[in-house]
Design a protein around this ligand. Structure first.
Ligand SMILES: Nc1ncnc2c1ncn2[C@@H]1O[C@H](COP(=O)(O)OP(=O)(O)OP(=O)(O)O)[C@@H](O)[C@H]1O
Ligand SMILES: [Mg+2]
Length: 384
């Protein structure tokens, strides 16, 4: 199952987006174009659907309230709309469709409420809210049916799917200093602070298989890297990763993750995530800290891993190296372009002046990224 279509209205800096989605989807655009905002739609749906500590009110509250979510450019029509289709494959008819509208109560505490919630299975509509009960008791519109086990029974598959979405934006310093920072773990750990604990929680067998795979990859990518292993501190029981490098003295010993380079840590986090499950994975700028050579292999790597696991992956990126791979199809690129009317989101293959260049054999990176450059960017170098 994958998300084959997304529509959003009045979500953060987007007035309207209406796009088909593929198994691997790159989100490209200049700084502040809305790449992270776009990925956040899926985290938001996950936060609503979560069976523990989820729900609409909390998902909105964690983001600072409805006024932070609603597009500031929206003038009259202040409803936020999110709609997704889930299909077995891209371009296929949806198996499931889920849509919600969110607005603010006009009276009272001005809390967020649903303006509608709709669910379809194959072409049959299962849910159409507000229903009679909602009209009699408007309080009910503060919760989605999606978040409640007694109301989502007929479409639990959607809830489970959304709940299993994962996001990583691994920040090496947070992982390194996890023990010192202690306690301040952000819900769902988007920045990888609890990454070692996550590894520790996997079964020994799965851990062994995954770390062996990651070790193979690190041997290729990191000079002199030889071995990777999982260990626990003898005194505290804390989980650690340890590495051995070929050029060290024979008895030099193992080095722990707080000594690993940023790129090594990010690569380990990325590979672990790709091996981790078959649900939707959101990767935020996976190129950070990594050399161009490694980044240029990322897109074929993701493609090959997807063939095995069918994991859908959305990737925000600024990297020419990442998009240099000729195997990337123009349909796999969502191009965010700021203009005086707000941000537009286009599938690169559908943009009239991009398509011929891709057909002529240029890579997506060569064609798409130069368009992102702010017009007067050279002036930044003259800044004093
Ligand atoms: N409710 C809102 N209405 C309008 N604009 C918003 C709203 N919320 C956030 N924004 C704008 O969205 C922009 C940030 O978008 P985002 O963080 O998604 O960018 P990005 O493409 O990920 O950038 P970067 O490449 O720097 O990470 C900011 O300019 C912010 O002002
Ligand atoms: Mg961003």
């Amino acid at each position: 199952m994958l998300v084959s279509y997304l529509k959003i209205k009045n979500w953060r800096n987007f007035l309207l987006i209406d796009i088909p989605l593929r198994q691997r989807q790159f989100v490209v655009g200049p700084n502040a174009a809305g790449k992270s905002n776009l990925l956040d739609v899926f985290r938001f749906l996950r936060d609503i659907a979560k069976s523990e500590g989820g729900g609409l009110q909390k998902a909105i509250k964690n983001r600072g309230g409805l006024s932070k979510l609603r597009c500031l450019a929206a003038r009259r029509d202040l409803e936020i709309i999110i709609e997704i289709n889930l299909s077995e494959a891209p371009d296929e008819e949806p198996v499931w469709r889920y849509a919600i509208g969110i607005k603010q109560e006009t009276r009272g505490y001005r809390q967020p409420v649903l303006s509608f919630e709709k669910v379809w299975h194959n072409k049959k509509q299962l849910i159409d809210r507000p229903n009679e009960d909602d009209k009699n008791d408007p309080e009910r519109l503060k919760q989605t049916f999606l978040e409640q086990v007694n109301t989502n029974a007929d479409f639990r598959e959607i809830a489970r799917y959304l709940e299993s979405i994962s996001y990583i934006h691994l920040v090496p310093q947070l992982l390194r200093y996890a023990e010192v920072i202690q306690g301040g773990l952000i819900e769902d750990d988007p920045f990888g602070q609890g990454f070692l604990v996550k590894i520790a929680k996997s079964t020994p067998n799965i851990r062994k298989i995954r770390l062996a795979k990651i070790e193979e990859a690190l041997k290729i990518a990191v000079p002199q890297f030889q071995q990777l292993r999982f260990e626990r501190d003898k005194d505290t029981g804390q989980p650690h990763l340890a590495a051995l490098y070929a050029h060290w003295r024979p008895k030099a010993g193992w080095q722990r993750e707080d000594q690993f380079s940023d790129g090594t840590l990010r690569l380990i986090g990325l590979l672990w995530a790709l091996l981790d499950s078959d649900s939707l994975l959101l990767l935020e700028e996976p190129e950070l800290s990594l050399s161009n050579e490694i980044v240029s292999q990322m897109s074929p790597l993701i493609y090959r891993m997807q063939r095995l696991r069918k994991r859908q992956v959305f990737i925000s990126t600024h990297s020419e190296s990442l998009l240099r791979d000729k195997g990337i199809d123009g349909r796999e690129i969502i191009l965010l372009t700021p203009s005086s009317e707000g941000i537009t989101a286009d599938i690169a293959a559908n943009v009239a002046d991009i398509r011929p260049l891709l057909d002529a054999g240029l890579s997506v990176g060569e064609v798409v990224l130069p368009r992102n450059r702010p017009k007067n960017i050279k002036q930044l170098g003259l800044f004093e």
